[in-house]
Write a protein that binds this ligand. Structure first.
Ligand SMILES: [Zn+2]
Ligand SMILES: [Zn+2]
Length: 613
């Protein structure tokens, strides 16, 4: 381990910390510094990413890990959220070795646009840093391709006049070389360029690999779907999207940022971005799409992944006559678009024969239209009709309208071409003869299939001579074999694992989020099951009891985090300040105040202890 190393400042490039080390070490030859840091005189320092992380992390001591260096002191997080999971793993591997190829690798995967020549600084940041730390330093957020403004001061970045003259000399920022005036050229694109700079900065602050190309692209789909930019057949309406994106930027802006769109180019970045393409796209262009979608990084992180127009199911059967009424047993939905109204229509087919349809974004327990009555419902109708109750009462019981019930109760009428049977026989007998012929004609068909095709005959026989019908029909197959029996034990383990992973992510997120069953359930798309079947999921239930937070618990956690942060800057943490930062009403704050007082006295971790630990 090195006898000393200047702690990297917030968002300082590793390269900059090394340059400062070189300066303070008193070394004259850069190669001496390289040898001290990397144990080699022939290492070539890379500016944006840095290299030889493993050697460096070891030299710097236990408070620095390879991942934390990568996450906090390189520009890698600008790219990381939009790389495929496979690529992220490759890069971590790369970094373990020497990380030399990393920058080239990122350039190749995402394409280089708006390349920067030399190093950049913000005059106001430099002044602040000088006042706070006694020296300026190289901020990573000022070195990003396509970012020309300081996200904090909203002023243009300036190029540092000194370039490294040889590949192994380190440039250290010094106030005397900087232009600190407040005079800047007028820039018509300033507003949007500042917005993009702020988003790029947010990307740098995300926990490393919180997002990936796979996750982001399904979030995009969900956002595009909400804007009606996805068709019923799941295609992106590229033409409309192109128009929307092009018009959401001032004219000339996209050209200026080397991202001009040509509608007819099959490989324009917008198409590549929104298709299920394997190609990577530059982070700047992701930020452009997000600008159009009116999303910031924070809202993108919490956007749920695309569930399709009707969600992922299972869906409830809404057949009031069935025992499984309102249970989620229909696995799939068939999506079509209504020709006239252009609404998306979902059709749900249950094993009880009941088929219903409803429009997108309507109540899942509300039937739009019944498309098929089904045998279970018909049987109930017949049973009810034998009792002494009115058609209206039957209709109510079945959840159908009276007209439909009437229609089903009327005896079927013969079609002309079916009158092969002598007229002298009774109606029932003629149906029976007819049906025997049908069964013989379709030796391969199951009961269900026959019932579907010859519904009228089936229903008539069912209501007049059920026993005969069942004896005549082919042997029954398992009627409910489509309904999958659920392995709750397996599900319990799957759910609890998924919840644990999500919980860790939520817990670690920069901005505290209250952990509730509903939040966890929604994010994982399992809320309905958590609400309905929690008793069948004992492990999950116990886990939820342990980790979910009451409003008060959440307030306490939020406040403790604020106290930790304040303790890094101030020796004396005032409770009123904590309350204001947490935005908690005085009435509520009073109840948690004693706990916080104890926390400030004993529980707060001060910075030195944290690093000793
Ligand atoms: Zn600044
Ligand atoms: Zn059903």
């Amino acid at each position: 381990m090195l006898p000393f190393f200047p702690n990297p400042y917030p968002n300082e490039l590793l390269y900059s910390a090394i340059a400062r080390y070189h300066f303070y070490s008193g070394n004259i030859d850069c190669k001496d510094t390289l040898e001290e840091l990397f144990g080699s005189r022939s290492v070539i320092p890379s500016v944006e990413i840095g290299s030889y992380f493993s050697v460096l992390a070891e030299q710097l001591g236990s408070q620095y890990s390879i991942e934390s260096l990568l996450a906090h002191h390189t520009i890698y997080p600008y790219y990381a959220s939009f790389l495929s999971e496979a690529r992220q793993q490759e890069i971590l591997q790369d970094v373990l070795e020497d990380g030399q190829a990393l920058y080239t690798r990122l350039g190749i995967v995402a394409g280089s646009i708006c390349r920067k020549d030399g190093l950049y600084y913000c005059a106001e940041c430099a002044k602040d840093d000088n006042a706070q730390y006694g020296e300026p330093y190289i901020h990573r957020e000022h070195q990003l391709q396509g970012i020309n403004y300081c996200p904090n001061h909203e002023i243009p970045l300036r190029q540092y006049p000194i370039k490294s003259d040889s590949r192994i000399a380190y440039v250290r920022f010094e106030m005397r070389h900087m232009n600190l005036t407040a005079i800047y050229e007028v820039d018509n694109y300033k507003e949007i360029a500042v917005e993009i700079a702020k988003q790029a900065y947010e990307l740098l602050q995300l926990p490393i690999h919180e997002l990936s190309r796979e996750v982001v692209s399904t979030k995009y789909r969900s956002l595009l779907r909400a804007r009606n930019l996805i068709t019923a057949s799941n295609h992106v309406r590229q033409k409309e999207l192109y128009k929307g994106v092009a018009s959401s930027f001032p004219s000339g802006f996209l050209q200026e940022y080397e991202s001009e769109l040509s509608e007819f180019d099959e490989y324009n970045w917008l198409k590549v971005l929104t298709r299920n393409s394997k190609r990577h796209v530059h982070p700047l262009r992701h930020l452009f799409l997000m600008h159009f979608l009116q999303q910031d990084i924070g809202s993108l992180v919490i956007t749920s992944t695309d569930q399709g127009a009707f969600g992922t199911g299972p869906f409830p059967c809404l057949n009031k006559a069935a025992e499984h009424y309102k249970q989620f047993i229909i696995q799939d939905v068939d999506v079509t678009r209504d020709f006239k109204t252009k609404n998306l229509i979902g059709t749900f087919t249950c094993s009880c024969g009941f088929i219903y349809a409803r429009k997108q974004s309507t109540d899942i327990f509300k039937i739009g239209r019944v498309k098929e009555f089904g045998h279970v419902r018909y049987q109930k109708l017949i049973d009810l009709s034998r009792g002494n109750i009115s058609i209206r009462a039957i209709a109510r019981e079945l959840g159908a309208d009276s007209k439909t019930v009437k229609k089903y109760l009327e005896p079927p009428i013969f079609k002309q071409d079916q009158q092969k049977v002598p007229m002298t026989v009774s109606k029932l007998d003629s149906y029976k003869a007819e049906f025997i012929a049908i069964v013989q004609k379709h030796p391969q068909s199951s009961r269900t299939q026959l019932r579907k095709i010859y519904q009228k005959e089936y229903m008539y026989l069912y209501s007049h001579d059920k026993e005969w019908l069942f004896n005549t029909l082919p042997a029954p197959q398992k009627l409910y074999n489509e309904v999958k029996t659920v392995d709750w034990n397996k599900r319990d383990i799957q759910y609890s694992n998924a919840i644990k992973t999500l919980y860790e992510q939520l817990w670690a997120s920069e901005k505290p989020i209250r952990i509730t069953t509903s939040l966890l359930g929604k994010r994982l798309g399992i809320l309905a099951n958590l609400e309905r079947y929690l008793e069948q999921l004992p492990i999950t239930k116990r886990l939820l009891e342990q980790i979910t937070e009451s409003v008060e618990q959440f307030q306490i956690r939020r406040c403790c985090k604020i106290i930790d942060n304040l303790k890094c800057e101030l020796s004396d943490v005032k409770l009123w300040r904590v309350q204001r930062l947490a935005g908690i009403k005085s009435k509520d704050f009073k109840t948690i105040q004693p706990i916080l007082e104890v926390y400030i006295q004993e529980g707060g971790i001060d910075e030195q202890q944290r690093y000793k630990a």
